[in-house]
Design a protein around this ligand. Structure first.
Ligand code: KIV
Ligand code: ZN
Length: 511
């Protein structure tokens, strides 16, 4: 009988650890609801001890998202575990995931403990977690570089202490597929009786530093793992985690090869989920990314098009509609009513409240009045922007007005009018280009921030496209904030992104 492979999604925890990918609580909730619609089995909603806001958002997801198990991460420490439990205990099915490093390099350099002391930590942590929650996952961090015999002793101790899932992570993305598969096989060879007796799930969690995270996850499954930890679009620490969509579509597309395994993912929700995560995190999906990249189902070459017209299967191994990919730009148009907009948004997983819909409608109207054809992508971008707005009580700085002067032979200058704490301020600056001049004028009136990264994306193409500017700014303590702005004018989109970044930095400073 085919085995179900549990999909453990860590987009909101490991994925959110991607440099520059910070999400607000409402954005995390929206993604969690979409993950439930996608059919993931477990959502790792965050790492509650790390901040008050992470705690609150894990708690909110536990309270509001029905279906999947909701999991919170904790180091193998009592305080972390208590905090994780406080956040997840409201879920229909809560889980605590606790971990400690087990490779010699981590034990010596990071923990400065003996191997026996680490095993003691594992036993104490898992027992404590188990006293709070029946569903406990344990991970020996950097398992792929841990001596296999020692790793098995740690795993044995964790199972005896009550762990119900054992996750084997390749934390630094070092393993090769055959080697990683053999490690999973080794776990069953050494501890098969104990695993069967306690009905423990063996999981894999692979990072992509050598581009092998999905291959390693598949190797893990072929050697007995029945849970795979992954993220949407493969986002995560450094080079990222195994991509959910790639893993799932391997099992589905090559069901001849992977006949013994299946997942409960509703693959038709993959594209909407990918778009949502990309829009909300500001981490753009590379065009040629497998499964969800814009080019994944585009057949440009003449010879391919000829074959495609005769029979799609000549060059297409997956049906685009199986992953919910709709290549066409659906025009909503200025005469489309609220109902059409609401439908489009809910189809893409955006459950907005009435006030937010009003705001989206108003902006669509303004855009349409500027004789711009409003397409589905514009609406999603506007809705994302409305959701990502800084709460009104946190809007310390507001953009009132700006103007730019530039030319071939003259230096660019920017004038800005801001409202700062309710007081109007005017300032100006020169720069090497409009964004540089604007940035200097805005920060000159407020707070020193350095623009570290700037990306401009035309949402629908063409000269009248909506522009989406995503930036990373750094304050003088070295803290990085991500922000974005959307407008049909690229300079305005840049100014809005800068002001949003400023508000985020200022609110962070106040806390
Ligand atoms: O990569 C890793 O080791 C992790 C653990 C917390 C599972 O993310
Ligand atoms: Zn990880």
């Amino acid at each position: 009988m085919a085995k179900k492979i549990l999909i453990f999604d860590t987009t909101l925890r490991d994925g959110e650890q991607s440099p520059g990918a910070s999400l607000t609580s409402s954005e995390k909730l929206l993604i969690a609801k979409q993950l439930a619609k996608l059919g993931v089995d477990i959502i790792e909603a965050g790492f509650p001890i790390t901040s008050e806001s992470d705690f609150e958002s894990v708690k909110q997801i536990a309270e509001e998202v029905k279906g999947p198990i909701i999991c919170g991460l904790a180091r193998a420490m009592k305080g972390d575990i208590d905090r994780a439990w406080e956040a997840v205990k409201y879920a229909e099915r809560p889980r605590i995931h606790t971990f400690v490093a087990t490779s010699q390099i981590h034990i010596d350099k990071k923990l400065r403990k003996s191997q026996d002391e680490v095993i003691e930590m594992v036993i104490e942590a898992v027992r404590h977690a188990k006293s709070l929650c029946s569903d406990v996952e344990f991970s020996p961090e950097d398992a792929a570089r841990t001596d296999i015999r020692y790793m098995c002793s740690v795993v044995e101790a964790a199972i005896n202490a009550g762990a119900t899932t054992i996750n084997i992570p390749d934390t630094v993305g070092y393993a090769e597929p055959e080697e990683f598969g053999n490690r999973i096989k080794g776990v069953f060879e050494n501890l098969g009786g104990l695993i069967d007796y306690h009905k423990v799930v063996i999981s894999v969690h692979c990072h992509d530093d050598l581009g092998l995270s999905v291959a390693n996850s598949l190797a893990g499954v072929m050697n007995g793992a029945t849970q795979v930890e992954c993220t949407i679009n493969g986002i995560g620490e450094r080079a990222g985690n195994a991509s959910l969509e790639e893993f799932v579509m391997n099992l589905k597309t090559r069901s001849d090869y992977f006949a013994d395994y299946y997942t409960s993912i509703n693959t038709k929700e993959i594209f909407a989920t990918s778009q949502m995560v990309s829009n909300l995190t500001g981490l753009l999906v590379q065009r040629n990314k497998a499964i969800v990249g814009r080019n994944a189902f585009a057949h440009e070459a003449g010879i391919h098009q000829h074959g495609m017209l005769k029979d799609k299967k000549t060059y297409e191994i997956m049906d685009a509609s199986d992953v919910g990919w709709r290549g066409e730009h659906i025009v909503i148009g200025k005469h489309s009513g609220r109902h059409a907009v609401e439908n489009t948004l809910s189809e893409m997983g955006y459950g907005l409240d009435a006030v937010q819909i009003d705001s989206v409608m108003e902006r669509i109207k303004t855009l349409a009045d500027k004789s711009k054809e409003v397409v589905k992508e514009d609406i999603i971008a506007i809705a994302t922007d409305v959701l990502g707005q800084v709460a009104s009580n946190e809007e310390i700085v507001k953009l009132v007005d700006y103007s730019i002067s530039s030319g071939n032979e003259k230096q660019t200058s920017a004038c800005v009018v801001l409202q700062v704490n309710g007081e109007e301020k005017k300032g100006s600056s020169q720069g090497v280009g409009p964004v540089d001049a604007l940035s200097k004028a805005i920060t000159g009136l407020t707070y020193p921030l350095t623009l570290k990264e700037y990306h401009l994306n035309a949402i629908t193409g063409g000269t009248n496209a909506l522009a989406h500017v995503t930036i990373l700014v750094e304050d003088d303590s070295g803290t990085i904030f991500s922000a974005d702005g959307i407008s049909e004018d690229i300079v305005k989109a840049s100014a809005l992104a800068l002001v949003k970044g400023l508000n985020k930095a200022w609110n962070f400073l106040k806390k």
